[in-house]
Write a protein that binds this ligand. Structure first.
Ligand SMILES: [Fe+2]
Ligand SMILES: [Fe+2]
Length: 155
């Protein structure tokens, strides 16, 4: 049994729905960390993993829908240079594409991992939510300060 992840603001991107989903992913990983895998992984471990994958897949779908909405809005709206810079630093189209890769990586993590399963999952979460989604923080900050109406429109 392990302590699990403690929620940190470093896991947040500044969008309430997405941040709630990141919390659900952390909770799902912690539920797995609480399982004692010795001497044999219990049967419900597989259910917890399936639940985590479902939570992650729904989160990516939601995040993709939001990013697509922002990309589409830039076709018709004139945004400030500051906002456009935040968008291009976020590399939104590439970010959307990479979610598929992230989900594929999660699918390959199983009870036969080289290190404890929860450590593999925590590593996966850090690479998604901390390293990768960190680029979205500046974008959501720019939306909050410059285009709050867009925030209300997001799916
Ligand atoms: Fe995310
Ligand atoms: Fe993401």
């Amino acid at each position: 049994m392990a302590d699990g992840l403690k929620w940190s603001e470093a896991f947040a991107v500044g969008h309430p729905g997405l941040d709630q989903e990141h919390r659900s992913i952390v909770d799902a990983i912690n539920a797995i960390a609480r399982v004692d895998p010795s001497p044999h992984p219990p049967a419900h471990l597989q259910d917890l993993l399936t639940e985590l994958r479902g939570t992650a897949a729904r989160h990516f779908d939601h995040e993709n829908a939001i990013l697509r909405h922002i990309l589409a809005s830039a076709e018709t709206q004139t945004y400030s240079p500051h906002f456009l810079r935040a968008m291009s630093r976020g590399a939104l189209a590439q970010h959307i594409d990479n979610h598929e890769r992230d989900l594929g990586a999660l699918e390959t993590i199983g009870a036969d991992a080289n290190r404890p399963l929860h450590e593999e999952l925590e590593h996966w979460f850090f690479s998604h939510a901390v390293k990768f989604d960190a680029h979205l923080k500046a974008l959501f900050q720019a939306i909050h300060s410059e285009y709050p109406r867009l925030l209300a429109e997001l799916p």
